[in-house]
Design a protein around this ligand. Structure first.
Ligand code: G3P
Ligand code: MG
Length: 273
């Protein structure tokens, strides 16, 4: 493990963003119910081998794919993720809200999603999305499970970074806990707006990249972040013209809901030339 960590660390610091450039947001972007296995299948069917999804802990500390802490949007009812067991969550319908074709689609566990991605060679940007009060636990549990699920990939020499998830989170505490539990699994610090102390924050959680709302990025900030030696990732970019602009600023990658408009091979060769 120590050798694997060292190799991964070296790779990350010589290749600022060794990951795919275009990432399907919440599994299948706007084309499938977010954070479900159906969404992962949809992203894959559109040629995506890179995905972002959100991970939260159930009451019994099982990481599951879910964006909202409270029920009501993607699953009906009035409960919440931290008040429900993984078995209860698995029995909910996380697809019917999106369309009848997806009715009955369960809330997957992170382990199920990771197994699918591993099998299909899909790189994962795993957003740690802790319910309030569970920041440290979410980072710790997700990191420990990831270490277990990707033990073979982490033991390879050299480690292929695209075979191992990247954690990202708006929760600094979740990232610190993930780092403490499994330092060899890389982290991206996720922010809405870039704070003045971004450099110190990235260093404090030993992040390899800054992830930011693209609407809050400027060319000057992009340049500073790249010059400081960090990867730069944006969310959520749905306009191809904007996507071209961001890439021209030096942005390494972004996630998109419009996997129908912005393909995994964006920009297409003709446009890039
Ligand atoms: O990880 C980037 C993006 O997913 C963050 O926003 O609300 O879609 O999880 P959200
Ligand atoms: Mg997310």
């Amino acid at each position: 493990m120590a050798a694997g960590f060292s190799v991964l660390f070296d790779v990350m610091h010589t290749t600022l963003w060794p990951y795919p450039k275009i990432v399907a947001h919440r599994g299948g972007g706007a084309l499938a119910p977010e954070n479900t296995l159906a969404a992962l299948r949809c992203g894959l069917a559109h040629g995506f081998h890179a995905v972002e999804f959100d991970v939260m802990l159930s009451r019994d500390a099982v990481p599951v794919l879910m964006h909202d802490e409270q029920f009501g949007r993607t699953v009906s009812g009035t409960g919440s993720v931290p008040a429900s067991s993984a078995a209860e969550l698995a029995a909910l319908d996380a697809g019917g809200w999106f369309g009848s074709a997806f009715a009955g689609e369960p809330v997957p566990t992170y382990a199920q999603a990771a197994a699918f991605c591993r099998e299909q060679a899909i790189w994962m940007n795993v957003e740690l999305k802790p319910a309030a009060g569970f920041e440290g636990a979410t980072g710790r549990v997700a990191a420990a499970l990831t270490r277990q699920l990707f033990a073979a990939e982490l033991a390879a020499a050299p480690v292929d970074p695209c075979t191992v998830p990247l954690f990202s989170s708006f929760s600094f505490d979740a990232l610190l806990a993930a780092r403490a539990a499994a330092p060899e699994i890389p982290r991206g610090y996720l922010v809405e707006t870039i704070p003045p102390d971004w450099r110190a924050r990235l260093q404090a959680c030993a992040a390899v990249a800054l992830h930011v709302n693209h609407e809050m990025l400027t060319p000057d900030l992009a340049q500073q972040i790249k010059e400081a030696g960090f990867g730069l990732f944006c969310y959520t970019v749905n306009d191809p013209v904007r996507a071209h602009t961001l890439l021209a600023w030096g942005v390494d990658g972004f996630c998109t809901d419009r996997i129908d408009l912005i393909g995994a091979d964006f920009p297409p060769a003709a446009a890039a030339g």
